[in-house]
Write a protein that binds this ligand. Structure first.
Ligand code: HEC
Ligand code: HEC
Length: 303
C-alpha cells in the first residue's frame, strides 16, 4: 500500500501534475491496513475468553456455523475434521486445515458475521477466536486469548503449508523448430491425465455403452502414449514423427493401419530412424500399443 503510493507519487512527479486526488491520510491508511501476521504483528491490544466467546458465538454465529461449528445446512463447517486431510473426502476446517491462528482472528475481524462485517469490537474478536479454537479442541474452556499468547498457539496443520521446494523451471526460449499451438494443446491437463476424469464415466447413462467404451479406450491410449511414446514422439527425438505433425502422419497413414500397428508392436527401422518394439516397453499389452497408435493418428490427422 505505502510502496504503491510512493511509486505513484514518483511517476506523477516525473510527468505533469494533474491536481486530482490527495495524499492518503494516516487514518485512511489505518482503515485499510488491518492484516495480521502469523507472528502477531498487527494485532491490537485486547483480550477475550472462551467463556465470553461462547455467548457471542451463540448469538452471532451459530445460526450459520452451527452450535458446535458443524455448519447449519450448507453454511461452512468451521470445527472438527482434524486428521481427515488424507482421506477420500477431507473436511477442511479452521482446526483441520488452517495454518495460523492469526488468519482466524483476521478473518473474523474482517469478514464476520457474514451480514455485518467489521461490526465486532477487538475484544469480541479475541473472544470469538478463542471460542472457535475451543470448538476445535485447541484450547481449554478457561482459556483467555490475548495479543501476546495468540502467536504461541500452533494449529495441527501448520507444517502442511511450506514453500514449494522444487527448483524454478528456467527453460530457455525456443527460437527454431518450436512446437505448434496444436501440439501444445495436447498438453491439456485432461489429456495428460493430471485431472482424473475417469469417475465422471459413472455419470454416463447405461444406454451410452459405446460412448463409455470409447472413453475407456481413449484413457488407455493417452496413458500408454504418456508412459511409453511421449519421450520420442512429442518432440521428434531420434527422428520420430512428431505428434500432431499432419504431413508426416498423413504419409504414414497411407501404409495402412495394420502396418503401422505391426511396426509399433515389433519395431521398425525406417528412413528417419529406429522405432523400438512397443517403444522399448515390452511390458505393454498389444491392445494398449494399438490404442496409442490410434491416438497418434487422431492427433496427426485431426481436422
Ligand atoms: C449469515 C451466515 C453467517 C453468519 C451469521 C456467520 N458466518 Fe462465518 N461464514 C459464513 C459464510 C458464507 C462463510 C464463507 C465465506 C466465503 O467463503 O467467502 C463464512 C466463513 C467463516 C469462516 C471461515 C471458514 C473457512 O474455513 O473458510 C469463519 C472462521 C467464520 N465464518 C466465523 C464466523 C464467526 C466467528 C461468526 C460470528 C461472529 C460468523 N462466522 C457468522 C456465513 C456466516
Ligand atoms: C525411442 C524413441 C521412440 C519411442 C519411445 C517410440 N517411438 Fe515410435 N517411432 C520412433 C521413430 C524414430 C520412428 C520413425 C522411424 C522412421 O520412420 O524412420 C517412429 C515411428 C512410429 C510409428 C510410425 C511407423 C511407420 O510405419 O511409419 C508409429 C505408429 C509409432 N512410432 C508408434 C509408437 C508408439 C505407439 C509408441 C509408444 C508405445 C512409440 N512409437 C514409442 C521412435 C520412438
Amino acid at each position: 500500500m505505502l510502496l504503491c503510493t510512493v511509486f505513484l507519487i514518483s511517476v506523477v512527479h516525473s510527468e505533469t501534475r494533474f491536481n486530482i486526488g490527495h495524499s492518503a491520510t494516516t487514518e485512511q491508511i489505518a482503515g485499510w491496513d488491518i492484516d495480521i501476521r502469523p507472528d502477531g504483528f498487527g494485532l491490537p491490544e485486547g483480550s477475550g475468553s472462551v467463556e465470553s466467546g461462547e455467548m457471542l458465538y451463540e448469538e452471532k454465529c451459530a445460526s450459520c456455523h452451527g452450535v458446535f461449528g458443524e455448519g447449519e445446512d450448507r453454511w461452512p463447517v468451521i470445527a472438527g475434521g482434524i486428521g481427515t486431510l488424507m482421506e477420500e473426502k477431507p473436511e477442511k476446517t479452521v482446526g483441520s486445515y488452517w495454518p495460523y491462528v492469526s488468519t482466524l482472528w483476521d478473518y473474523i475481524h474482517r469478514a464476520m458475521p457474514f451480514l455485518e462485517p467489521q461490526s465486532l469490537t477487538d475484544n469480541e474478536v479475541y473472544a470469538l477466536t478463542a471460542y472457535v479454537l475451543y470448538l476445535n479442541d485447541q484450547v481449554d474452556e478457561d482459556f483467555v486469548l490475548t495479543k501476546y499468547n495468540l502467536p504461541t498457539i500452533t494449529l495441527p496443520n501448520e507444517k502442511g503449508f511450506f514453500i514449494d521446494p522444487r527448483p524454478e523451471a528456467l527453460n530457455s526460449r525456443c527460437m527454431t523448430n518450436c512446437l505448434t499451438t496444436k501440439q501444445m494443446s495436447s498438453w491439456s491437463a485432461a489429456d495428460l491425465g493430471v485431472t482424473p476424469l475417469e469417475h465422471l464415466s459413472n455419470l454416463v447413462p447405461a444406454t451410452a455403452q459405446d460412448d463409455l467404451e470409447l472413453r475407456e479406450t481413449n484413457t488407455l491410449a493417452i496413458e500408454t502414449y504418456k508412459k511409453a511414446c511421449v519421450i520420442c514422439h512429442d518432440t521428434g527425438v531420434a527422428g520420430a514423427p512428431i505428434f500432431g505433425d499432419k504431413e508426416d502422419w498423413r504419409q504414414r497413414a497411407e501404409k495402412g493401419l495394420e502396418v503401422l500397428y505391426q511396426n509399433a508392436l515389433n519395431g521398425y527401422l525406417g528412413e528417419k530412424g529406429y522405432m523400438p518394439a512397443k517403444g522399448g516397453n515390452s511390458g505393454l499389452t498389444d491392445e494398449s500399443v494399438k490404442a496409442a497408435v490410434d491416438h497418434m493418428l487422431r492427433g496427426g490427422l485431426a481436422d
